[in-house]
Write a protein that binds this ligand. Structure first.
Ligand SMILES: Cc1cc2nc3c(=O)[nH]c(=O)nc-3n(C[C@H](O)[C@H](O)[C@H](O)COP(=O)(O)O)c2cc1C
Length: 158
């Protein structure tokens, strides 16, 4: 990295706390998912959100092919689901219960909320992409303590 050491970059950016989501899709009949901290609200009118997947992610390649995705907001009690979604397991949904959102993308059982989207735009950003989604459906499923990620550890709020 020019001028900036990667461990310094990681350490400093790790001091910014994030919520934790699982971004899901179905591609060729197979459920796909990845843990994502880089989720953000973008625009109210039109309704847009965004997340930033790494270009080397196999899950992102499949989500991209599907043309849509569903953001699942993880609760404090979903650390195990998040661990599976962050892994490179072949079938991340082997032990995860879900129902299809309107795009067909998985709504994971026990999630706080879901935001179902069509992919609107993909912007190039170094070793990641910035994926903008147009929201087609969204709902709070269960109001409970969120899963939070800070300095490489899980925690919660409140
Ligand atoms: C709390 C947390 C947040 C994460 N946020 C992101 C993210 O914003 N972007 C990303 O590309 N990967 C993120 N990851 C890592 C991916 O979930 C992981 O690299 C990916 O799922 C690996 O498998 P895949 O290549 O099959 O998708 C995060 C992992 C964790 C545990």
């Amino acid at each position: 990295m020019t001028g900036i050491e990667s461990d310094v970059f990681r350490s400093v950016l790790g001091h910014f706390p994030t919520g934790v989501t699982a971004v899901t899709a179905v591609n060729n009949g197979k459920p796909i998912g990845m843990a994502i901290g880089s989720f953000t609200s973008v625009s109210l009118d039109p309704p847009l959100v965004a997340f930033l997947p790494g270009k080397d992610s196999g899950s992102w390649k499949e989500i991209r092919e599907s043309g849509s995705f569903c953001v699942n907001v993880m609760g404090q009690d979903q650390m195990d689901v998040c661990g599976v979604m962050a892994s490179r397991a072949e079938d991340k949904f082997a032990d995860v219960a879900w129902i299809p959102a309107s795009t067909g993308s998985p709504i994971i059982e026990g999630s706080i909320a879901f935001i179902d989207c069509q992919i609107e735009d993909i912007h190039d950003a170094g070793d990641h992409d910035i994926v903008v989604g147009r929201v087609v459906d969204l709902k709070v499923m269960e109001s409970k303590s969120p899963l939070v990620f800070f300095q490489g550890n899980y925690g919660t709020f409140g």
